[in-house]
Design a protein around this ligand. Sequence first.
Ligand code: SF4
Length: 348
Amino acid sequence: MRSLASLPIAGQPVPGAASAGPGAGSEAAAAGARQASAVGSTLDLDERIRELKRERNAVILAHFYQESEIQELADFIGDSLQLSREAQRTNADVILFAGVHFMAETAKILNPTRTVLVPDMNAGCSLADGCPADKFAAWRAQHPGAVAISYINCTAEVKALSDIICTSSNAVRVVQSVPAHQKILFAPDRNLGRYVMKQTGRHMELWPGGCIVHETFSQRKLIALRHQHPAAKLVAHPECEEPLLDMADYIGSTNALLNFVVNDNAQAFIVATEPGILHEMRKRAPHKQLIAAPPEANCACNECPFMRLNTLEKVCHALERMEPRLEMSDALREAARLPLERMLALSP
Ligand code: SF4
């Protein structure tokens, strides 16, 4: 159990905080901090977050790749598609999005009247960062008449320039929805794009982007690991590179991997995706052996450095101060909404 002495006292809402703007939120936070230090509070951080959630009428949406302690406090955990749906349907006044920036943008696009808080604005994504809107627009211009499908891991600007969005859960279905005679551009993940081409038999022009986490797994170490655990099944996310996917017993979105591990008869699995998912896998399949696929280097580079920027302390501070907030122009939001809604309409 951790404590945070600088936080406001339990049960004492910060005056005016629920509807306050960024400046007022800072004042409220400062007032709260003064109250706390006055009594030398050792208030438990988890409890403080729960309290703030109630005060703000806030919901915490957390991605499976978040630290387990954030997942435990979340009202909903899921992959990109699940979180998009949850963000769209929530009635809470405030969405605290524990994930990365493009996910919080998606929440704002789909539910614009809510305040969307982001624990750390620097939580980006190598796929989104590697596909700037101006270069994407130039790429589209080189292929007139083509349908542009963008993986949800892209900025709102790129979404606005796309015809339809997909996630790893529904990419095959989205591609199959495009008439056979139409050329398709797929951005920004080349590995997911290649995988979908194999599944659908459709050729697509691929943006040359990749996830720094899913491209880090070592095929050499995986082969050794499979020799050590011959009964273990290898499950992999389609953001992994093709040689690894060719080795996999099962390929699917993060949530699909979770369901496979829970429901399959095998008792051991090597999991080739961000190891944050192991927390929920262990909860739902406590008797199974779960082994994180190893990166090539002796590092923790199979952990997403962007996702891991979020901490409980930052979650707490964001709810206290009601910032950082995800803001977006109405024009951008509207332009990005249609391609997202096309995806959701295709996703049962
Ligand atoms: S794991 Fe990869 S795709 Fe997911 S947020 Fe991190 S960098 Fe982006």
